[in-house]
Design a protein around this ligand. Structure first.
Ligand code: TXA
Ligand code: MG
Length: 354
């Protein structure tokens, strides 16, 4: 009997987690002095606290408390071989965490941070293996969001934070979405602003000779190349099916079929839509210019790339509930947020380009 439960827990670690924490009552905290002090205290005590950032909501734990870090994986049901980002509120903290800070890293720290960017540097021993999944490097991020930095300051320790969703769900960009996934599983949610950017930070590896973007986000390759005076490559090519390290981990895909078009050709899209209706689907066109399609189910993606990014995960949660086939369309951009949005859409569609 005991063996049976153990193997079940291995398959569904978060169910194990919620059975263990049956009576956990999640507190919903506001941005006032008292609640902020409590949020910081909870972190120092080893509890999990979700908090807003400019990219997505994070699930915070004390980076110096190994059990707290491990609990993050359990509460999310996330594989523990995907390393976590350490969040800081002051630039000087980089030197507490990183063993070596290269000239390139100094430039990024001085000129770009705080921003929706994470830099990967050789780690110091204070950063445990449960954070880095055994790697010799650590990912560091100083959020642009003032609310995030106030919370981190209140915690007064570096804070690990993956996105505050259950593994397999879209990243939350409002505290209400955090509540949907994490209520009863974590100690507190800091109810702050909706996330301005809407997709995760750019991950820039500065631990090797050549700077490489491991995950595209709002801070683009062009901006970084100009700053560093050398070419900054993007490792994940959204049009390639090659299994680059960033693609190793399952990324959110809606629970209904989704295809992606990169032409924004209204005639082609309308024909594809009609074919799906004939097949018996109740499809939706998720497009930047919905007015081009009369008499069809449409959902606006936002004409500007900022709007598309801002609503991306929220729209996926809405669309999969309402329709049974998503036809997404976006004109690919090769800079900044455009690359990030395209990357998420290509993955969400399971590389099903039409
Ligand atoms: O915008 C963000 O970065 C959000 C908010 C909460 O700050 N956090 C976030 O965390 O997206 P997460 O856990 O979903 O993504 C962490 C990313 C993963 O792609 C992981 O592989 C990469 O950072 N990463 C972490 N440590 C790394 C390391 N030492 N070397 C290479 N990649 C690393
Ligand atoms: Mg995530």
């Amino acid at each position: 009997m005991f063996t049976k439960i153990t193997s079940y827990d291995k398959i569904y670690p978060y169910d194990f987690w919620s059975r263990r924490h049956k009576n956990l009552k999640t507190r919903y905290l506001q941005f006032n002095k008292k609640d902020m002090a409590l949020a910081g205290e909870l972190i120092r005590r080893g509890e999990l606290v979700a908090f807003p950032t400019e990219t997505v909501y994070g699930l915070g734990a004390n980076a110096f408390d190994e059990q707290a870090v491990k609990n993050t994986y359990l509460a999310k049901g996330r594989p523990s071989d995907n390393p976590l980002i350490v969040h800081i509120w002051d630039k000087s903290q980089v030197f507490d965490i990183a063993r070596e800070v290269s000239q390139d890293a100094l430039k990024v720290i001085e000129n770009v941070m705080p921003a929706p960017i994470t830099i990967v540097l050789p780690k110091k021993d204070v950063i445990g293996d449960s954070i880095t999944a055994g790697l010799d490097t650590v990912a560091v991020r100083m959020p642009l969001s003032v609310q995030a930095r106030e919370f981190l300051h209140s915690a007064s320790v570096p804070v690990t934070a993956p996105s505050a969703n259950l593994s397999g769900r879209p990243s939350p960009t409002t505290w209400q979405r955090v509540a949907e996934d994490m209520d009863g599983r974590i100690s507190a949610v800091l109810c702050g602003d909706d996330c301005a950017v809407g997709i995760e930070s750019t991950v820039l590896d500065l631990s090797r000779d050549e700077p490489v973007i491991l995950r595209p986000g709002a801070v683009g390759a062009k901006q970084l190349s100009e700053l560093l005076g050398k070419q900054v490559k993007i490792l994940t090519d959204p049009n390639s099916k090659v299994n680059s390290p960033g693609v190793r981990y399952k990324h959110y895909a809606p629970n209904v079929p989704m295809v992606l078009d990169l032409s924004e050709d209204a005639t082609k899209l309308a024909e594809f839509y009609d074919a799906k209706v004939k097949e018996g689907y109740h499809p939706v066109l998720w497009v930047r210019f919905p007015e081009r399609f009369s008499g069809k189910n449409v959902y606006p993606m936002g004409t500007k790339i900022d709007d598309a990014a801002h609503g991306l995960y929220e729209h996926m949660r809405i669309l999969e509930r309402t329709y049974d086939f998503i036809i997404a369309s976006v004109c690919p951009s090769d800079e900044g947020l455009g690359v990030g949005v395209l990357d998420k859409l290509v993955r969400a569609s399971g590389h099903n380009l039409i």
